[in-house]
Write a new protein. Sequence first.
Length: 254
Amino acid sequence: MTNHPELWQFRFSMYPEKARWALDYKRVPHVRHSVLPGPHAMQLLPRFGQKAMPVLRHAGRVLKNSAEVLDYVEQTWPEPPLYPADPVQRERALGIQQWFDDEIGPATRLACFHEVLPDTEYTARRFATGMAEWQQKLYVRAFPGVRAVMRLDMKIDAASAEAGLVRTREALDFVARESARTGYLVGDRFSIADLTAATVLFPTCLPPEYPVAVPEPRSAGWQRWLERWQNHAGCDYVRRIYRERRGESAAVAD
Ligand SMILES: N[C@@H](CCC(=O)N[C@@H](CS)C(=O)NCC(=O)O)C(=O)O
């Protein structure tokens, strides 16, 4: 048994990356449990009554949503702060977090998945990053079934992907515009708003400091997706925030 916080995650995905980043930023030693799309439902549901991640367990508490996880992390390990001290700025930062969590994240994820899910071997191996070779091989074989469930679950089709593309552009425009004056989305310092925006946009801009290795060479679908956005000023912002603020892992097991 450990006293460290335990984080359940998909290694490759955006909302768990929010939680990892907050824990790393505050240098909180923690344990990560990595699962795969598909089998994750059986691992998470009986334990937590939900299958979406991140889930954080610590000191008898279970936090089940990235915003709740980040709030708990902020209250429990206040330094360095992710919430602005000024109440008006804090409200705005939390509002930006909510917009990215509830609207931009699901829409952009769906549009990106629409392009990358057909790349069976690549996408399966990317999801299974860090797992043993035999597990990766098995997962590649199971992936067509997993993909079908993902498409149904997230309602991924050409029309929803088109809408997701529009929202991705909207989000990139937003971060480019709002960060133009000070470099940050709220006030003149890094906050939860920047952490959330950069995280939700990492699969679109793929900053070099994104801490999970991705298989190379990248698949045609993902490459197409990345090339579509890489010259957008919003990606300059995402890359800069990662470069300056992402930092090193504080995990004791991953
Ligand atoms: N609003 C939630 C979204 C969580 C979410 O969509 N997590 C994805 C990974 S990025 C997940 O676990 N999906 C698997 C599932 O729902 O079965 C949050 O902020 O935590």
